[in-house]
Design a protein around this ligand. Structure first.
Ligand code: BGC
Length: 287
């Protein structure tokens, strides 16, 4: 057997960069929510690398969003920033309206914006519950609804992709793995799974492709405490058979591929990108 430690990164060292993307999305217009940091940022950059023009949604921190847009433009396309709280119906409507005025069309939505407010059930407030459900689940609903309306309006007028439009919902391994102390988050992602599948079923006849990516542990600010020290990192590795934490780019590059015509027949699927976390490694020598 090979040494599982050979694949490991450590808390300070990112895995080597993945190979560059071909221009899979040339001429397409993509909006990514929560794109000023973490996974959303990596998705926006990967879509830009693949040739798309990108909208970088954010709530606070316009400077961060502007930095992402600048980095996206370095791949040769256009990029603009859009402030909107995805859980606010009016702000979402205004964002999609501005995006279509600026770019002329919408081909891809990556509904990524999400957050955690962790607490044991004894300590979890209604506000913690509502906040997570409203951003992670209602936010994806509002953005999907707006995107689908735009895709239908465009009909066959676009010639950039086989599908009339594509949506990628950012889910989590916790759409399937229960998570004590995170009941709001796990419930929101379980909801994302059923929302995605039901919308995919409803919209596939319009040639709108809706799928999810379910990341495992990815090195971002949301789970900083799970990887920032050697002790935490080693504990985390017990959950990841592949022996390393994911990098945001691991998700970004998959999103670009999933939005491309290589995946034209993928409809209503959840792609787990988790180093094997959902293989329940605790059973490898147990049970
Ligand atoms: C959560 C992270 C967590 C990962 C694996 C993600 O959805 O946001 O905090 O590290 O799942 O448990």
């Amino acid at each position: 057997m090979t040494d599982p430690a050979a694949n490991r990164t450590n808390p300070k060292e990112a895995a080597p960069a993945l190979p560059p993307l071909p221009r899979l999305l040339a001429g397409q217009k993509a909006l990514v929510t929560g794109a000023n940091s973490g996974i959303g940022k990596a998705v926006a950059l990967a879509l830009a690398e693949a040739g798309a023009d990108v909208g970088v949604n954010y709530v606070v921190n316009p400077e961060q969003a502007e930095e992402v847009a600048t980095a996206a433009r370095a791949f040769g396309g256009a990029a603009r920033i859009y402030q909107a709280d995805v859980s606010n119906e009016a702000q979402v409507a205004a964002m999609f309206e501005s995006f279509v005025i600026d770019f002329g069309a919408l081909d891809i939505l990556v509904a990524n914006a999400g957050l955690q407010r962790d607490a044991s059930i004894a300590r979890m407030t209604l506000d913690d519950w509502n906040k997570v459900l409203s951003v992670n689940l209602t936010g994806q609903f509002l953005c999907a609804r707006a995107a689908i309306a735009q895709f239908r309006k465009q009909g066959d007028s676009r010639r950039v992709s086989r599908a009339r439009g594509k949506i990628i919902d950012m889910s989590s391994v916790h759409q399937m793995i229960p998570w004590a102390g995170h009941v709001n988050y796990a419930a929101s992602k379980g909801g994302v799974m059923m929302m995605m599948q039901s919308l995919a079923q409803e919209c596939a006849p319009d040639r709108i492709r809706i799928n999810s990516i379910a990341p495992g542990a990815i090195r971002t600010p949301i789970n900083h405490d799970a990887w920032a020290t050697q002790e935490a990192y080693d504990k985390l590795m017990a959950l990841i058979p592949y022996g390393r934490i994911g990098e945001p780019e691991d998700i970004g590059k998959v999103a670009a591929w999933l939005a491309s015509d290589y995946c034209d027949y993928i409809v209503g699927a959840t792609l787990f990108v988790d180093g094997g976390m959902t293989l329940y490694p605790g059973f490898a020598d147990n049970g």
